[in-house]
Write a protein that binds this ligand. Structure first.
Ligand code: AGP
Length: 614
């Protein structure tokens, strides 16, 4: 939930740190702070609010040019967003400055212990407890890395910690458990950060750290141990995207840029994963086909938008593989004592790869001996590392807090997985799989077609400035699309919205409908089943009660026209693939409305891009 960065090397550390914090501000923006070491002492500047407040503070009271520094941008968990609660936190003896991402769950007991020992704490945070414990350790003569290991062994919960010691101006020590940390390796300089966007302008050589590891960093390199001090393995990788990909490229919002990147994001996610005759090639999963054939149940586990992608996946996977597929909210999953066996395949979906609820869910699944496949967009993140296999989406960095290309590529990856399982298990003939893969591979230009025709949505948004609530309806895969459309409106336009299965409305929610109630309806393609006709009936039901109906239906669908106040034509695709085109107008609508309302679309209130606390 927070962005952290540390630097040691020949550049001006203050500037490197601030630059990195800017790139990570989407991770949390309740406060920001920097600490450096100068003449054997720590200097700290920190302010509540967005990073602009810190920069103003630095203008008022500049930090000296030094070659080591740490910085933090916060999403508040324990203790409100105040100057005192901002990181870095300094130990009472002035030796240690510490920044932290995560939650120290046993901080209250540790706080009491410190206070009993006469240590005065200056904040309400859990983080300061770790800073003070480190200060006590080094004050008693412990080496900084040893002190970090000692303290980490006492902490429970999720934490990435980065510490500097005033007496050692050339050394950073960091540790991680259940929270992200990567090392950047430059020429005569080193970085530690929550994610690579913090240092990618300086180096693409990164190292991902594993669970319960401590890294001791100098400008010339690093060493990694576990919490007991034994040498540990780290995993170097090269960052494949460049800084420009993380910039706005002329758009007003990262989110808008990412909406328009979706054709390429989906195409890149499909690339290289099928043969010319449409057979799937997912060797990267490294799971023996025999194991996949032995699966008798699939459970998809995720949060938020990723959960909605899982709901879409359920329809496709069950249709293609004939294997029961449950979809679970990650934060509920392990508390319901789910039935998991060695024949259960758990599929987790996560853009960031750091969502704590999802991470804890897969740990539970693995303890029950399930196989776990992660669908993830972030190389070097925790969830893939803790899964048996990973199917990376290739959406590129998603900076906007509201997920868009993350969702579409998750859906595309789920289709790939579903077709692959059908291929391995022989539940579909090769030519049938080839036809589906061919249609899937043909969707990027159709996504582009939707993007080219969004003007009606732009005009529609202006009519919704004063609306107080919006309903979204859909059936089959249109239902998760309705949920996603509602979530987008909630999270960036701060407008109450609710998605329903269209058939469910008459079982209660239709009481909400009155004259002018705006209702978006995702209409399935016309054709083989009654799905389309049933949804048309649902539109009539709400229209009869005065609803303002915004209908998303495939081009040429004349049946819905009499009941639609606004109609948005979608390219013709199979029902199962419709989320790839139907979601886009809803994403764009939310972005447009939030912009008209003057809200910060990329950093909506109360939210953060990666929810790394349970
Ligand atoms: C998406 O718009 C939301 N910001 C949120 O629901 C997100 O999808 C959820 O927190 C899961 O994140 P993840 O995909 O990184 O695990």
């Amino acid at each position: 939930m927070c962005g952290i960065i540390g630097y040691v090397g020949p550049r001006v550390a203050r500037d490197v740190v601030v630059s990195g914090l800017r790139r990570m501000e989407y991770r949390g923006y309740d406060s920001a702070g920097v600490a450096v070491i100068t003449d054997g002492a720590l200097e700290v500047r920190k302010k509540a609010g967005k990073i602009g407040n810190l920069i103003a503070e630095l203008d008022e009271a500049p930090l000296p040019d030094t070659e080591i520094g740490i910085g933090h941008t916060r999403w508040a968990t324990h203790g409100g967003p105040t100057d005192a609660n901002a990181h870095p936190h300094v130990s009472g003896n002035g030796r240690i400055a510490l920044i932290h991402n995560g939650i120290i769950e046993n901080f209250a007991a540790l706080r009491l212990e410190l206070e009993t020992r006469g240590v005065a704490l200056a904040s309400q945070t859990d983080t300061e407890v770790a800073a003070q414990l480190l200060g006590v350790e080094v004050g008693a003569g412990a080496d900084l890395a040893d002190a970090m290991r000692t303290v980490c062994r006492r902490l429970e919960g999720a934490f990435t910690l980065v510490a500097i010691d005033a007496t050692q101006p050339d050394r950073l020590v960091a540790a991680r458990r259940n929270s992200p940390l990567v090392v950047g390796v430059g020429e005569g300089e080193s970085f530690v950060a929550s994610d690579v966007s913090a240092f990618i302008e300086f180096t693409r050589n990164a190292v991902e750290l594993g669970q319960d590891q401590v890294v001791d960093v100098s400008r010339d390199g690093f060493t990694v141990t576990d919490f007991d001090g034994s040498p540990a393995v780290s995993h170097p990788f090269e960052v494949t995207w460049d800084l420009s990909a993380a910039e706005k490229a002329g758009y007003d919002w990262f989110m808008r840029k990412e909406i328009f990147e979706q054709p390429k994001a989906v195409a890149d996610t499909l690339l290289g994963r099928y043969t010319t005759d449409g057979a799937l090639k997912l060797d990267e999963l490294h799971i023996p086909e025999a194991e996949l054939r032995s699966i008798d149940k699939i459970i998809i586990v995720a949060c938020g938008t990723a959960y909605y992608a899982g709901l879409v996946a359920k329809y496709a996977i069950e249709h293609w593989t004939r294997v029961a597929c449950e979809v679970e909210i990650a934060s509920e999953f392990r508390y319901r004592d789910p039935i998991i066996t060695r024949s259960t395949l758990v599929v987790t979906i996560s853009q960031s790869g750091e969502t704590a609820d999802t991470l804890m869910a897969i740990r539970h699944a693995r303890e029950q001996h399930a196989k776990v496949i992660a669908i993830c967009n972030t190389n070097g993140s925790t969830i893939p590392r803790e899964s048996d296999a990973v199917l990376y989406t290739h959406a590129g960095p998603e900076i906007g807090v509201a997920s868009t290309k993350g969702f579409l590529t998750q859906v595309a990856a789920c289709y790939l997985l579903g077709l692959y399982l059908a291929q391995v298990r022989g539940t579909m003939f090769g030519d049938e799989i080839g036809r589906w893969m061919g249609e899937l591979a043909a969707t990027p230009p159709l996504i582009q077609q939707v993007l080219d025709g969004l003007d009606p949505i732009k005009q529609l948004a202006a009519q919704f400035i004063d609306k107080k609530s919006v309903l979204f309806l859909g059936r089959h895969v249109g239902y998760p699309v309705a949920l996603e459309g509602a979530l987008k409106l909630k999270e960036i336009a701060y407008l109450h919205a609710e998605g329903f299965p269209a058939g469910e409305l008459k079982h209660g929610p239709i009481a909400l409908v009155e004259h002018g109630t705006p209702i978006f309806v995702v209409v399935p393609p016309q054709g083989r089943d009654q799905l389309h006709d049933k949804v048309v009936s649902n539109i009539q039901e709400v229209r009869a009660r005065g609803a303002l109906t915004v209908v998303l239906a495939e081009e040429g669908d004349a049946e819905v026209e009499p009941y639609a106040d606004v109609i948005f034509a979608l390219p013709r695709v199979s029902t199962l693939l419709q989320p790839l085109v139907a979601t886009i107008p809803l994403q764009f609508f939310a972005c447009e409305l939030a912009t008209l309302k003057g809200y910060d679309v990329d950093q909506p209130r109360n939210l953060a891009k990666s929810v790394t606390v349970e």
